[in-house]
Design a protein around this ligand. Structure first.
Ligand SMILES: CC(C)=CCC/C(C)=C/CC/C(C)=C/CC/C(C)=C/[C@@H]1[C@@H](COP(=O)(O)OP(=O)(O)O)[C@]1(C)CC/C=C(\C)CC/C=C(\C)CCC=C(C)C
Length: 593
């Protein structure tokens, strides 16, 4: 059929590429352009001479009417387009499937690989060498093994090169990010090839092929070609990710990372000595991810929307906030609370009230001496140099206020410190407004350090408001759980309007009156949210979608609570957002950003 090859693209490759583009669009970061772009250039240049040779040697041919006409070195334009579109499609599968991964954690194996990874790398290299040698042998022998030989001897030296550079990293990644993005496009392209071969869009000449088919009329050589090239693409993407992980994870090697790392930085990363890798920091990052995963479903889901050093610093900030909260929350006496807050303030003083560079060793010593071992990494890796001090001090003040519920003097007002709406707002500002400000400080530093002051101020103020909104949702969700611990965050003045006292709520946290107040609190939360949400459009592009996603997944808890009629029983006293709905919320946020 006329122009059949172009039709193959129109029907099968372009629609899939377009669909994947739409799906990947919200998570697309400028670094992905560099990643995919470089890979397309490399695969184009590497395939051009090889493919040209095959066509000139009549190993495969095209009926004249199946192609449009223009050729480069004998290769039809449709075939040249194939190099580009296949690389693009497989790269997108890889990016989508790798998005949840936190690549720095896979760097540890570069230096201290477990036996099985080290052995796997050697075995993999051995297999790739054997396949290359077998390919060369087939070419030399000539005849039916020629085409297969040409594929093996061309593709596997490249695979060997990338596997030698990133083999341990590749072997540590989950199969869902390596094998799956190889297999899905390979099988798809097998089916497309089967169709094209069946229709005669192109033909593999007999004499230089083995004549075995994987299925239908799909020659084993064609099947091998698509499998080998997709392996090359996925390995190439993984090499990039390994270098990016080094750049992002190690500030001592790359103190400043621009919005998108430069090609020069990638080369420097390639040549950085693995002995320089700070494996203790990687262990610290691993602790922080474990803490995040264990403690917050919403922020754990949201963290994977971010990239680069911003993602790392947000996780480290979460880890610090959670640790400080837990240290104070788990205290068993007022004296213990005092002791932790004093230590945390001193830790902040060492960072902000003295020369940090000169003090680095002192800070580390202090952490070792004053805090338990499990607290060490959360404190040591707090990105304090790029965080403002005031919100950190105020956060500790908020935790101190919280501890009054458990340890207080005998007065009634100290026992239930949230006396009125102002106190509630102040508490929200302390424990969550501050967190909003800290998050925005990290975004500005990593995405737009040159942001005009006016916009910075607007974002800071909106982030405080949004933090309080989230905190109100948190309180509205946890009324029952908090009451079981003797805590009532609903303002005492509001309770009075419903004819209740805090003690009543502790005794009976369910019921119509408490439900009225839950709704009132949620309505305040959504007022604050409505005020701050439009301002989020001022967040730099690469962090906007992810931040909106993070906020929306949390506010969705509030929406679920609002939908529950008359205080329906909640799971362990807590409302949860079903997985599908959470995913929908994130996608909606990402597409609307
Ligand atoms: C993606 C990612 C890893 C984000 C990390 C965000 C972060 C640093 C959160 C710290 C949370 C934390 C442990 C704070 C201590 C005080 C506390 C408990 C506050 C409550 C959070 C809930 O955390 P929890 O671990 O309990 O989670 P679960 O409910 O169990 O799931 C809070 C409700 C406060 C959270 C407040 C924020 C994250 C600030 C929100 C504001 C912004 C993100 C700024 C938006 C920007 C503009 C311009 C409006």
């Amino acid at each position: 059929m006329a122009y059949d090859y172009a039709l193959v693209h129109l029907k099968y490759t372009i629609p899939l590429a377009a669909l994947l583009t739409v799906i990947a669009y919200p998570i697309f970061h400028r670094i992905h352009f560099l990643q995919i772009g470089s890979l397309i250039v490399v695969s184009f240049l590497a395939t051009l001479p090889w493919d040209s040779y095959l066509i000139r040697s009549n190993i495969w041919t095209y009926p004249p009417d199946a192609i449009i006409g223009p050729r480069l070195y004998g290769i039809p334009i449709e075939e040249l387009f194939f190099f580009v579109i296949q690389t693009y499609i497989t790269s997108l599968f890889y990016i989508l499937l790798s998005k949840p991964l936190f690549h720095p954690l896979y760097l540890s194996t570069q230096r201290n690989s477990p036996q099985r990874i080290a052995r796997g790398k050697v075995i993999g290299q051995g297999i790739l060498v054997a396949l290359t040698v077998y390919g060369v042998h087939q070419i030399r022998t000539g005849g039916p093994g020629t085409y297969l030989g040409l594929i093996l001897a061309w593709a596997f030296p490249f695979a060997l090169l990338t596997f030698t550079v990133a083999g341990r990293f590749i072997l540590t990644l989950p199969l869902t990010s390596t094998v799956v993005p190889i297999i899905i496009p390979t099988v798809y392209l097998w089916l497309v090839d089967e169709l094209a071969l069946g229709r005669g869009t192109w033909a593999i000449e007999s004499g230089t092929k083995l004549g075995w088919c994987l299925f239908g009329v799909l020659d084993i050589e064609e099947a091998t070609f698509f499998l080998a090239t997709n392996i090359l693409i996925v390995f190439g993407m993984a090499v990039f990710d390994q270098y990016l992980a080094i750049i992002f994870a190690f500030p001592h090697l790359f103190p400043k990372v621009p919005r998108s790392p430069t090609p020069l930085m990638l080369v420097q990363s390639r040549f950085s000595n693995t002995k320089q890798y700070d494996l203790e920091r990687i262990a610290g990052l691993s602790d922080a991810v474990t803490r995040l995963k264990a403690k917050s479903r919403s922020f754990y889901l949201a963290n994977s929307l971010f990239t680069g050093r911003l993602r790392i610093d947000l996780i480290l900030l979460y880890s610090f906030c959670r640790l400080a909260d837990d240290l104070i929350d788990d205290s068993t006496s007022r004296a213990e609370v005092k002791s932790w807050t004093t230590k945390l303030y001193k830790f902040l003083d060492l960072h902000y009230k003295s020369d940090v560079k000169a003090n680095k060793a002192r800070i580390d010593d202090y952490i070792d001496e004053a805090f338990p071992p499990e607290a060490k990494s959360a404190l040591k890796y707090l990105p304090a140099t790029i965080l403002p001090s005031q919100p950190l001090y105020q956060l500790i003040e908020g935790f101190e206020l919280d501890s009054q519920f458990s340890f207080h003097d005998s007065s009634e007002s100290a026992k239930f410190p949230i006396a009125d709406e102002d106190k509630l707002n102040y508490y929200g500002q302390c424990v969550a407004g501050t967190v909003g400000e800290l998050c925005v400080a990290l975004i500005i530093e990593h995405c737009e350090p040159e942001m005009p002051d006016e916009r910075k101020k607007m974002l800071m103020s909106a982030s405080r408001t949004m933090g309080v909104a989230l905190q109100y949702v948190n309180i509205a969700r946890d009324i029952v759980v908090d009451a079981e611990m003797g805590r009532v965050y609903l303002p005492t003045t509001w309770l009075k309007e419903e004819g209740l006292t805090p003690e009543d709520v502790v005794a009976h946290p369910r019921g119509k009156h408490v439900e009225n107040l839950r709704r009132r609190l949620l309505s305040e939360a959504f007022k604050l949210y409505d005020e701050a949400r439009p301002k989020m459009n001022g967040i730099p592009k690469e962090a906007r979608g992810p931040m909106i996603g993070a906020v929306e997944t949390y506010m969705e808890i509030g929406r679920v609570l609002r939908e529950l009629e008359g205080g329906v029983e909640l799971e362990r006293g807590k409302a949860t957002v079903p997985g599908g709905r959470r995913l929908k919320t994130v996608l909606k946020a990402l597409f609307s950003a």
